[in-house]
Ligand binder design. Structure first.
Ligand SMILES: Nc1ncnc2c1ncn2[C@@H]1O[C@H](COP(=O)(O)OP(=O)(O)OP(=O)(O)O)[C@@H](O)[C@H]1O
Length: 587
């Protein structure tokens, strides 16, 4: 890990850099408040010895006025410190959230296959919130306590040496358990965060697949399984809080033990007149500050350890680099419009299954502006061809070219901006219809959006929606049929005006009218563009310039419908079963 050997909290200092001014102001306020707090001890000494001791109202008034002005200074300093430090906590966690998301959204898609998305979400939300409270409060408490503690220790020694030595001896006794328990708390809190994240992602998965769970009547089973997850998380949390409770308990017991010993000795000195009552009062005040300083530190120490755990996990996400390496943008080539595409002896296995090649010795040539239909049995590797073309993965051998240039020589942005994908199950984002069509083309004018929708045969049905183009889609939005969704996706592709088009035809049958509209929209879209279609319908296949038959990651034949029917058994079988069925269902 990038932060190995360094405290992850220190590594976060990078995020504080832009706010140097505020950090310095907060530090000044912190020091000022600590100074005022320490001065309060002297104020108490004056109050007891001169205010009460001298016995005149004027002296008492003066002593109280002194105390009040010190308290006012403390209040002002605390206001500034609290505001600035909380501000920094919120700001840093907001920046961190943005930085982590910025990095995540650029990672290779394979990363999200091996890492559960629920867990990543929890890191982005829970861990950053934890850091926010800790930077905003615990850290400032710890710093303040460190300052007042050091100051109070110095003042104690100045006020009374003998009594101070008693306190000094009890300090290491308090420190030992803090260090010991602190380490355990840190390990447990990391575990605790992980288990909470896994509870979250478990629930997320079940809710996402709720219909499957209910149709297989697995509610009880899932409840029990979730129960077990939650209990596991609770058991870890219980161990963590037990350690923390012990930590606090040990610190308090030690502290008051020392305090009692000091009061006993100091009290005897006052009785025998070796020390004034005001001196003892100030001393007790400083000693209490030392004690409460330690108590605060011991209490927030555990929290700081948790923050370190959270920071470590966030920095891990930040340090994660995409497997898809980009060429230096300045040297990147420019993809050519209407590009000719070629796969040259490509071998590719998914990272999750390195031994099983999804594409093997795969060569394919698609002339510029022409269309190619990919057909083949399930698992043949058709979708993999699309994944590689968009560089979601890189092949282990061979290369993919656009007009003779390796696609790895283009910047990802340039490459992908020349490609549009119409997937089998188009993704609709939370937003209105217009937003969904203009996705990837945010500056498009209303006219352009309407024109794209018309070309995609979507304009009419959109106008019949309750809010027209402003109808809300997405999770809580209008439900669209499969054919309608696909036409929105086609409109999106038309608007983005790509040179290369990747179409994954829906396997599920559309009704005749939808089918007709989708076909018309596709014809419109394919015109003049280099197109690869994962085809399931005979009508689409017949419209393609060429057909490639795939099986087990290889091209087994290419040709026209007639030549393949004649020469290729696999194609003939697919044609007689799959294509006919789909077309019958559609027709
Ligand atoms: N993300 C992945 N990780 C590991 N293996 C994968 C992944 N995606 C696909 N595969 C495997 O790669 C092979 C090719 O899959 P691909 O999805 O390209 O087939 P397909 O021809 O598109 O199938 P279908 O028509 O059923 O969608 C299959 O054996 C599949 O199990």
């Amino acid at each position: 890990m990038a932060t190995a050997g360094r405290s992850p909290l220190l590594a976060l200092g990078h995020f504080l850099k832009p706010y140097r001014g505020r950090v310095i102001a907060a530090a000044c306020a912190l020091i000022f408040t600590a100074g005022a707090t320490l001065a309060l001890g002297r104020g108490i000494q004056v109050l007891i010895d001169r205010g009460f001791g001298a016995g005149t109202t004027a002296d008492l008034q003066a002593a109280i006025a002194l105390l009040l002005s010190i308290a006012a200074a403390m209040a002002l300093g605390t206001f500034i410190r609290f505001y600035l430090v909380s501000w920094l906590g919120e700001r840093v966690s907001a920046d961190l959230r943005k930085a982590v998301f910025d990095n995540l959204v650029r990672l290779h898609p394979g990363y999200f296959e091996t890492n559960r998305s629920g867990e990543i979400m929890s890191r982005l939300t829970t861990d950053t919130s934890l850091l926010q409270t800790i930077i905003g409060s615990s850290l400032s408490m710890a710093l303040r306590s460190c300052l007042t503690l050091t100051g109070a220790l110095v003042m104690m020694f100045i006020t009374n040496l003998k009594l101070s030595l008693i306190i000094a001896i009890s300090v290491p006794a308090v420190l030992m358990p803090i260090l010991l328990f602190g380490r355990r708390v840190r390990a447990l809190s990391n575990k605790s965060q992980d288990s909470i994240a896994s509870v979250g992602s478990y629930a997320g998965e079940i809710i996402q697949h709720i219909k499957v769970v209910q149709s297989y009547t697995q509610e009880d089973f899932e409840s029990r399984a979730f129960d077990a997850e939650v209990e596991r998380a609770f058991a870890i949390a219980r161990r963590r809080i037990r350690q923390r409770a012990l930590l606090i308990c040990a610190a308090i017991a030690m502290m008051f033990g020392g305090l009692a010993a000091m009061l006993w000795t100091g009290g005897q000195d006052v009785i025998s007149g070796r020390m004034s009552a005001g001196e003892l009062g100030a001393f007790v005040f400083y000693a209490i500050m030392v004690g409460s300083g330690f108590a605060t530190i011991s209490e927030v120490w555990g929290e700081l350890q948790r923050a370190a755990g959270a920071a470590e996990r966030l920095l891990e996400l930040l340090a994660q680099r995409s497997d898809i390496l980009e060429k230096d943008i300045a040297n990147a080539s420019q993809p050519v419009a209407n590009a000719r595409m070629a796969f040259e002896a490509v071998r590719f296995a998914y990272p999750a299954r390195p031994d099983q090649a999804a594409l093997d010795d795969f060569s394919l040539d698609i002339p510029a502006g022409r269309s190619l239909a990919l057909v083949g049995p399930s698992g043949a590797g058709k979708s993999t061809v699309f994944e590689l073309l968009q560089r979601f993965y890189d092949p282990q051998a061979g290369r993919i070219t656009l007009d003779g240039c390796d696609i790895r020589d283009f910047s990802l942005h340039d490459l992908r901006s020349h490609i549009a994908l119409v997937p089998q199950q188009p993704a609709l984002f939370t937003g209105d219809v217009r937003y969904n069509i203009a996705y990837g083309c945010e500056n498009a004018s209303d006219e352009a959006v309407f024109a794209a929708a018309r070309a995609a045969h979507a304009h009419d049905f959109i106008q019949q929606l309750p809010g027209g183009y402003a109808s809300h889609l997405g999770e809580q939005g209008v439900r669209l049929s499969g054919g309608q969704r696909q036409r929105i996706a086609i409109a999106r592709a038309i608007l983005n005006d790509p040179d290369i088009l990747l179409l994954d035809e829906a396997t599920s049958a559309l009704d005749t009218e939808s089918e007709f509209h989708v076909q018309q929209a596709l014809q419109e879209l394919m015109r003049g563009r280099t197109t690869v279609i994962i085809a399931h319908r005979l009508s689409t296949i017949l419209h393609a310039d060429r057909i490639a038959v795939m099986d087990q990651g290889r091209i087994v034949a290419t040709g026209t419908h007639e030549s393949l029917l004649r020469d290729n058994h696999l194609y003939a079988r697919l044609a007689s079963l799959q294509f006919r069925e789909a077309d019958q269902a559609a027709g």
